[in-house]
Design a protein around this ligand. Structure first.
Ligand SMILES: Cc1ncc(COP(=O)(O)O)c(C=O)c1O
Length: 434
């Protein structure tokens, strides 16, 4: 049999691949810099290098597993041959389990038709962008933030990036947002936050909600298109040391009219490969997201929906799982955080924000501009080559102002990996400044 590969264009004929074949969108899509860095690190590890991989926002099965109750319910659903199409917006059991879960865990009494289920948070994020925005309309996000540049590109939105500061936990302040909201259609916030691992406070949230409500009050008088707040809370159950997850609707119930929650089991149940997410939104928006899902076919697999509904309906099992899961994540973050705090006290050029939430830690390694470190990438490569420490800079999350800040992600490393890496990082830092 002759290989069909002979009919496909090769790298020698780039015009055939680009100008003569692809859409403008396909030609201009960029790959995630986070994944580019992560794949390069994976290759090094596969080639035998001793590297602590803090790059991926994922879990390794050697470190963290999904809840056993969730796994058993999914397996049982497959065994019962629950393998046909689910409804495009989710099974009724899952939607009512989500309704109860939001009421009991978040104090938010949404109707069932506010929920639309999909295969993870990504499809509902994309669908929300698609359903709210026309080309050229403005989306405001803080920097750093996860993936909003790509969603803006996909829908042709104008992306306005608001810088943040370490003192505010890299959350935007109402003051920094205010000048940009007059023209905006969508503001996107995330807490606990990827990449910083920080959490928005109730006061920060209240100030931002006041702005959104005032702006929509004005628009309701003029008849202009409304301003929505998308609140990505995929890490909401991963909060440490008594910190409380706050939501726009819990601080100001009237924000329900303007808020879209995006959520998933991916991060909080260590279940990134299972693909169950959802949106909770004003029902007329959830209905449009459902319509889009019908065409995209991006629904969550039926057995996983059944398993999620059964697991969420056992709050004690959920809490028991989370207690252990959170402890494992916190222990890893704390080891790193304590090490960087002590080096800061010793005068090394580092800074760190103690763990607050998610699976991430914000660390500053202030070497850029020193001899031998002409740019940020030289610092990242130095850590990788000299300390076997693989991290992602905030610039990969669209942040051009918080130089020297890196994300450490701990879902794929063991406590022992971290303990082994810490002296290597310290030695590399000492040698960089000596
Ligand atoms: C803030 C945030 N939202 C959404 C997602 C995507 O979640 P999912 O895997 O459910 O699509 C991620 C994944 O890294 C994330 O960090």
């Amino acid at each position: 049999m002759s290989s069909l590969n002979q009919y496909f264009p090769t790298a020698e004929d780039p015009a055939m691949v680009t100008e003569r074949s692809l859409s403008e969108l396909a030609k201009t899509m960029t790959s995630s810099r986070i994944l580019v860095i992560a794949y390069a690190v994976r290759e090094r590890i596969a080639a035998g290098a001793d590297v602590a991989n803090f790059t991926v926002g994922d879990f390794s099965p050697q470190q963290f597993n999904i809840p056993s109750g969730l796994k058993a319910a999914i397996t049982a659903a497959v065994d019962r041959n629950e393998t046909y199409y689910p409804p495009a917006h989710g099974t009724p059991e899952l939607r009512s389990a989500l309704q109860r879960h939001y009421r009991d865990e978040l104090g938010l009494d949404y109707p069932e038709d506010a929920f639309c289920v999909a295969s993870g948070a990504r499809p509902v994020l994309y669908a929300a962008y698609r359903c709210l925005l026309d080309p050229g309309e403005v989306v405001v996000t803080p920097a750093p933030s996860w993936n909003n540049n790509n969603f803006c590109h996909l829908v042709g939105a104008k992306h306005v990036v608001v810088p943040t500061q370490a003192e505010d936990g890299f959350m935007p302040t109402a003051e920094s947002l205010a000048p940009h909201l007059r023209d905006a259609r969508l503001l996107v916030l995330c807490s606990p936050m990827n990449p910083a691992g920080t959490m928005i406070t109730e006061a920060q949230m209240r100030d931002i909600c006041d702005l959104v409500l005032a702006e929509n009050k004005r628009r309701n008088e003029t008849g202009e298109r409304l301003l929505y707040l998308m609140y990505d809370q995929v890490y909401r159950m991963l909060a440490f040391d008594g910190r409380e997850h706050v939501t726009p609707v819990s601080v100001a119930p009237e924000m329900a009219a303007y808020t879209l929650f995006t959520d998933a089991i991916s991060k909080c149940f260590g279940a990134t490969g299972l693909r169950v997410g959802w949106i909770a939104a004003p029902p007329f928006i959830a209905a449009r997201v459902k319509a889009l899902m019908t065409h995209m076919g991006a629904w969550a697999p039926r057995p996983e929906q059944i398993g999620t509904a059964e697991f969420l309906s056992q709050p004690e099992a959920v809490h028991a799982f989370l207690t252990e899961f959170r402890a494992g994540i916190r222990a890893r973050l704390k080891l790193l955080s304590d090490a960087f705090s002590s080096w800061k006290a010793e005068g090394l050029p580092v800074d760190v924000i103690p763990p607050q939430g998610a699976i991430y830690l914000s660390v500053r390694i202030d070497l850029e501009g020193q001899p031998g470190f002409p740019d940020e990438d030289s610092v990242r490569s130095y850590l990788l080559n000299e300390a076997g420490c693989a991290v992602v800079p905030f610039s990969a999350f669209g942040d051009s102002t918080n130089r020297g800040w890196f994300r450490f992600s701990v879902g794929a490393v063991s406590v022992e990996d971290i303990e082994a890496c810490i002296p290597r990082i310290k030695a590399a830092l000492q040698s960089a400044v000596s």
